[in-house]
Design a protein around this ligand. Structure first.
Ligand code: BES
Ligand code: MN
Ligand code: ZN
Length: 502
């Protein structure tokens, strides 16, 4: 699909379909919708008065102008209540409209930039959100479907034209739309990596994917194998990996636009390509979902791609420890003691608490950069999903200003985060009799004890941990730009945070 920006009046577009919008409760639409209404002799006002068009969020009405204007169809998408309007409503409305166009068999249409007029949003940000919603609404993971009718058969969108009436807005809208396109492409890639079954997306395949991306986007790339890990002392990552026939990888991406040795932002993603639980094996019911256990790693890959594409003027490092967690004759066992990169020792209570182990080595590695901040994303605990539900990530942070940055970015991208505590008192729950700490803290407060465990490897830097076990993969669609399955949660959030960093 192609996105184009042009100057003009939407009612003059010669096309299959034009898209305008309506806020809930508005009886006399103004702006572009008003202009179209006028051209249609008041048809939209009439439909509103009759109660047939209400403007509820993502509601769609299709009108047929029959020659009153050049377009064959007019689609009105609801933006919901004006008081609740924000960038995410643009994302949603654009997605709802794009899907409807597709189901109508329309491959090309013209739209106004929702929110840039009466909505009062920043035109560039609105265009970015519109692009994100439009592209992401088209996402399907069909790679392994060989039969025609099980595939999505609808038409593919070819071209969407953003029609802007004000000359001054052309440049910002074009810039926003382009950024949105870059972001959507990265989110799609992240979703693909997460949806990809574990027999395809192995640690070395993840490394290959990252290498390919790094090459095409001008990032530095390095993938460490078991020998490098041994010489560095990554005993925790190696411990988890030792039950699998697949070699682990420690993937390092670097964006350094000025080639300077300045303190970077380090993004870390859990890259567990399959989590069976290991010797502390998980119940088989639902175990197939554990292919999503590299959702944090996929988010970091996606974010690094966008950071490179947008040439963000800041040094950023991406670290993804990647491995499988499987039971076998060589697997690590409950009671084993592992030595992490920082030298701290860990008693393994559950081999299913493997995420914090591989992250402890990644955090230890991150500390060597003396970063401005390190942010890790991980599908870490079921407990976090119990606490916050599937739509939000738990945010744990040892630095209030870093937490504020993440919360601010989250408001823009609508990837929900909720601050959770790192109470020192709970540290006693991960005290071990035989090592410096143990890798589980018992039944209660599981997301907190997991985060506390990580905090012990991030004492020397501003650090945030996002537990994304809930939002990484969803069983049901919540918004029209996010079908069920992998969401790509975190890509947009990380990009927003890094772009806003001053
Ligand atoms: N990858 C899982 C967490 C998870 C659970 C992600 C559900 C997505 C959905 C993690 O490795 C894990 O197994 N955590 C355990 C920790 C426990 C053994 C302390 C859990 O949450 O049960
Ligand atoms: Mn696990
Ligand atoms: Zn896991």
């Amino acid at each position: 699909m192609n996105l184009e920006v042009k100057r003009g009046a939407i009612q003059d577009e010669q096309t299959e379909l034009i898209v305008v919008n309506l806020f809930e409760g508005v009886a006399e639409p103004g702006g572009a919708t008003g202009a179209v209404d006028k051209a249609l002799g008041g048809q939209i006002r009439e439909l509103i008065a009759a109660g047939d068009v209400k403007g509820k969020l993502n509601d769609i009405s299709v009108l047929y102008p029959r020659g009153a204007i050049s377009a064959k169809r007019v689609l009105i998408v609801g933006l919901g209540k004006q008081e609740q309007f924000n960038l995410d409503k643009v994302r949603q409305a654009a997605a709802a409209a794009a899907r409807k166009a597709r189901s109508l068999g329309v491959t090309r249409y013209s739209t106004i930039v929702h929110g840039a007029g009466a909505g009062g949003l920043n035109p560039s940000q609105a265009a970015q959100a519109l692009a994100e919603g439009t592209y992401l609404s088209q996402y399907r993971f069909t790679q392994h479907m060989t039969e025609k009718d099980s595939k999505e058969t609808g038409v593919e969108l070819e071209k969407v034209t953003l029609v802007v009436s004000n000359e001054d807005l052309i440049a910002p809208v074009r810039e926003g739309a382009w950024a949105g396109e870059q972001i959507a492409a990265a989110v799609k890639w992240a979703r693909d990596l997460v949806n990809q079954p574990a027999n395809y997306a192995t640690p070395s395949v993840l490394a290959d994917e990252a290498r390919r991306m790094a090459k095409s986007h001008g990032l530095k790339f390095q993938a460490l194998g078991p020998a490098d890990m041994r010489s560095l002392g990554m005993g925790a990552l190696l411990g988890v990996a030792q039950g699998s026939d697949q070699e682990p990888r420690f993937i390092i991406l670097e964006h350094n636009p000025r080639g300077e040795d300045t303190p970077p932002i380090v993004l870390i993603g859990k890259g567990l390509t399959f989590d069976s639980g290991g010797i502390s094996i998980k119940p088989s019911d639902g175990m197939e979902k554990m292919k999503d256990d590299m959702g944090g790693g996929a988010a970091v890959f996606g974010a690094m791609q966008v950071i490179a594409a947008l040439k963000v003027p800041r040094r950023v490092i991406g670290l993804v420890p990647a491995t499988e967690n499987l039971p076998s004759g060589s697997a690590y066992k409950p009671g084993d003691v592992l030595k992490a990169l920082t030298g701290k020792t860990i008693e393994v209570i559950s081999t299913d608490a493997e995420g914090r182990l591989i992250l402890s080595d990644a955090l230890g590695y991150a500390q060597r950069y003396q970063p401005l901040a390190a942010i890790d994303l991980a599908t870490l605990t079921g407990a976090c999903v119990v606490a916050l539900g599937i739509q939000a990530a738990g945010l744990f942070c040892n630095d209030d200003s870093l937490a504020a940055r993440i919360e601010a970015a989250s408001k823009v991208t609508d990837e929900k985060v909720w601050r959770m505590p790192l109470w020192e008192e709970y540290t006693k729950l991960i005290k071990s009799d035989v090592a410096d700490m143990k890798n589980t803290g018992g039944r209660w407060g599981g997301a907190i004890t997991a985060a506390l465990f990580l905090s012990k490897f991030a004492e020397k830097m501003p650090w945030a941990h996002l537990d994304i076990a809930g939002p990484a993969l969803i069983d049901e669609e919540e918004v029209p730009y996010q079908p069920r399955g992998a969401t790509g949660y975190g890509v947009r959030l990380l990009v927003q945070m890094v772009r806003d960093w001053t």
